[in-house]
Design a protein around this ligand. Structure first.
Ligand code: MG
Length: 453
């Protein structure tokens, strides 16, 4: 899996990203549109986040698709999972103009397959080959595609989520939504209101300059959200990244909930109702495996990247396994009963359901989870590959997992060492039951990396 991942030149883990006007231009988007239009026929749904460059880029990709004979359904501004849901339900493919959590000057595109998942590695490499060759079959004048605008379809996504939570679980609950001026302004408040919540919003107006906070929902950027949660007596606050496939939370005391804790809490809730398999990358915190196995369920690990999680979930289900949940430890969670992609709106709704059915406060639920010590580090080096080989052979006697990079697993701690696919760096994650143990493990591996580098 990793070797295919490395062969991609233009597309990263989640689509193409870059700075607008430098790497990302209308010319590139038009070429991507033509390439996609020559690979996929029929009705292609497109949408975008709120970035200021979105309008020109979506126009360019649209032109490419139409020129290749595809019909284009322009869904306007909407979250990535909303477009994925609509493609799965109605269309033959999709393209989402977004740079997700990147700063405002970035933009990019995520390609969506007819089943609503992001395009996998093999098809992406075919698409890249077409993009680089720029050789597209010509389409006759009578076969040119037609365009339709469908901004109303976003409501279908909202109803599909609220339909999962009947009985007004949010009745009497005040919540604060922070869509970060992104497309979730049009969805999360609607979904939470439909669940019966009283919803306050912050950064709730669509704005591609992101005046309130950056698209990455960082702890610093969420201080105003925390303050509003506290002053309003809300049950929680929820914030999204720039395309709302991720959701993060602050509890009723205004404290940021670590993403691995959030994942663990929701996994515990789901596994208590329905035992099965939870799928996640090897980089996700041990806390998730601990709660899942304590509930009699099991974990399957994948390479780092949500498409690997989504595709593994699908293939396990195809083999008759009961896959109940999946996701990444960054607030990107996948609910297979709804769709096979990370879904920030669904995650927000799930939190309402958890608080309503347990009758407990969010801080209380978090405090009942196992405690872990997690440390993340990165080391800049051009010799990543050589270092990885040396470390793999040095630790060959220990218990390891080589799904993606090298995970050295000891009794109550592990360390994951991976070479970045996009930058000359080695990433390290340590997860231990105690800080001293974690720091010692980190120092040990860092020394080795410095010696081999
Ligand atoms: Mg995102």
């Amino acid at each position: 899996m990793t070797s295919i991942k490395m062969q991609k030149q233009l597309f990263g883990t989640n689509g193409v990203r870059g700075v607008t006007g430098k790497e990302i231009t209308p010319d590139l988007m038009n070429t991507i549109g033509q390439a996609l239009g020559s690979m996929r026929k029929g009705q292609i749904a497109i949408g975008r986040d709120t970035r200021t460059s979105g309008e020109s880029l979506i126009t360019a990709i649209k032109a490419g698709l139409l020129a290749m004979g595809c019909d284009v359904i322009d869904c306007g501004i909407l979250p990535t999972p909303a477009l994925q849901y609509l493609v799965k339900e109605h269309f033959d493919g999709g393209a989402m103009i977004t740079a997700s959590h990147n700063p405002p000057e970035y933009n990019g595109v995520k390609i969506i397959e007819p089943d609503g998942t992001e395009m996998g590695d093999e098809e992406t490499i075919k698409l890249e080959t077409l993009i680089f060759s720029r050789s597209f079959p010509s389409v006759n004048w009578e076969e040119a595609g037609q365009e339709a605008n469908a901004p109303h379809l976003i409501q279908e996504y909202c109803s599909s989520i609220s339909g999962y939570f009947p009985g007004n679980p949010g009745k009497g609950m005040t919540v604060v939504a922070d869509p970060g001026s992104g497309p979730a302004c049009l969805t999360t408040p609607t979904i939470l209101t439909a669940l019966g919540c009283t919803v306050l919003t912050i950064n709730g107006k669509l704005d591609g300059t992101f005046p309130g906070r950056l698209p990455e929902p960082s702890i610093e950027g969420l201080i105003p959200l925390s303050e509003l949660v506290l002053s309003s007596g809300a049950a929680f606050g929820v914030a999204h990244d720039g395309d709302a496939d991720r959701a993060v939370f602050v509890d009723e005391t205004g404290k940021f909930v670590e993403e691995d804790q959030q994942f663990a809490l929701i996994a515990q809730y789901i596994c208590r109702k329905n035992k099965g398999i939870v799928v996640t990358p090897v980089s996700t915190g041990q806390i998730v495996e601990m709660v899942v196995t304590a509930e009699g369920s099991s974990i399957v690990y994948t390479s780092v990247g949500s498409i690997y999680v989504a595709r593994t979930m699908r293939s396990l289900l195809g083999n008759g396994e009961n896959v109940v949940f999946g996701g990444e430890g960054n607030g990107g969670l996948i609910f297979p009963n709804h769709q096979f992609c990370r879904d920030g709106g669904m995650t927000a709704a799930m939190m309402v359901s958890i608080l309503s059915s347990t009758g407990k406060k969010l801080s209380e639920l978090i405090s009942q989870l196992p405690k872990r010590y997690v440390l993340k580090d990165k080391i800049r080096t051009p010799k990543g590959k050589e270092i990885m080989e040396a470390i793999k052979s040095e630790y060959s006697q220990e218990k390891t997992d080589q799904t993606d990079g090298l995970k050295i697993i000891r009794e109550s701690s592990w360390i994951l060492v991976r070479v970045s696919g996009t930058e000359p760096i080695i990433r390290i994650i340590v997860d231990a039951d105690d800080p001293k143990k974690g720091q010692a493990f980190h120092n040990e591996i860092k020394q080795k990396i410095l010696i081999y580098g």
